[in-house]
Design a protein around this ligand. Structure first.
Ligand code: ASP
Length: 339
């Protein structure tokens, strides 16, 4: 636990002109930065030995592209919701991540996608689960939030709603990547030893959290779920309070990891509730929920979180988590392993 805490990646804002470091120590900030933004591309068994230099460079490049897209919107005075959406669409469109193109396969060889978005100002939220023909599930989650009186829609009904709101349906073949298909074959055949696919243990969900110039918080999460999941299984990502949560009273959180544990430990809401009701700092709240509450249950994964003062925390209890963060006046930080 202590080791994990030491490795926890915690950034604090207010580092005007100074690059945030990857140390495990929180840094106090006296003034709220103009904006703060963080993204993740999944947590899991990501070890240097299994990531080639070329692939690592591709991940870093795509993370920077997504971070920059969101940051540009925030720097221009745009909303946290828009920044979160912009970053997630880029990650969904990239075959590197387990969301949109490149999503993992279910046990039945299908892609069933989940996503959610939450506006911390109003607590409005939108979510979709088990959609199979929506190129960017995060955009449909936003449409559910903005254009319906509901919070969550699933499966065929969600797709009917999408059609009515002008979404173009893509063929299920759009989501296919050989890498994810092979992961399913490995999982089905339960190969071991040298043939084991380490990448299969990586979850790969994507998410973003933002504090905008108006002081509003937002969080979004999108995923293909877990390789070899049973038909109809829904994870934590579209469940408000489990894999995603935002409230201007406290913080915005997006999770990645073994979804069943995130649901049971109500991870995202717990981080915010600890801040809101118990006055705990973002760093302490995020660490407690990830390492103790979710971790002690046996769950693996991590969260990215930003609070109303622009502090950022990114704890995880896996070997790695693709992540990036930036605050106004600071340089972007991109990290993958425990550093
Ligand atoms: N949390 C996701 C799920 O269980 C998986 C992930 O984070 O990669 O559906």
């Amino acid at each position: 636990m202590l080791r994990s805490l030491t490795f926890a990646f915690v950034l604090c804002a207010g580092l005007l002109g100074v690059s945030p470091t990857l140390s495990g120590t929180a840094m106090a900030n006296d003034t709220r930065p103009d904006y703060a933004f963080a993204i993740h591309g999944g947590a899991g068994t990501i070890e240097r030995a299994y990531l080639t230099e070329k692939l690592e460079a591709e991940y870093r490049e795509k993370l920077l592209e997504a971070l920059t897209a969101g940051q540009t919107i925030l720097a221009d005075g745009g909303s946290g919701i828009d920044a979160v959406i912009a970053a997630i669409v880029i990650l969904e469109d990239s075959p590197l991540f387990n969301a949109g193109k490149g999503a993992v396969f279910t046990n039945a060889g299908k892609n069933e996608l989940d996503a959610s978005i939450m506006d911390g100002r109003t607590l409005n939220s939108g979510a979709v689960a088990g959609v199979t023909r929506i190129k960017n599930p995060i955009l449909l989650a936003r449409t559910v939030m903005d254009q319906s009186e509901h919070v969550m829609m699933q499966g065929k009904g969600a797709e009917k709603f999408a059609r009515r709101h002008g979404f173009r349906m893509v063929s299920s073949r759009y989501f296919y990547t050989e890498r994810r298909w092979l992961q399913l074959q490995y999982a089905l055949e339960q190969k071991t030893g040298a043939l084991q696919d380490h990448d299969a243990e990586k979850f790969g969900t994507v998410g973003a959290v933002a504090l905008d110039k108006a002081g509003n918080l937002a969080a979004g999460t999108s995923t293909g779920g877990r390789t070899n999941k049973l038909y109809g299984r829904v994870g934590d990502s579209p469940i408000i309070g489990a894999g995603n949560y935002a409230s201007n009273a406290s913080c915005a959180v997006s999770g990645t990891g073994h979804g069943e544990y995130f649901i049971r430990a109500t991870v995202a809401r717990d981080v915010c509730a600890m801040m809101e009701y118990a006055g705990v700092s973002l760093e302490d709240a995020a660490n407690t929920v990830v390492f103790k509450r979710m971790g002690d249950l046996g769950g693996t994964g991590g969260v990215i979180a930003v609070d109303k003062d622009g502090n950022i925390a990114m704890p995880f209890n896996t070997a790695g988590m693709y992540r990036a963060a930036v605050t106004a006046g600071g340089d972007p930080v991109i990290a993958i392993f425990q550093e």
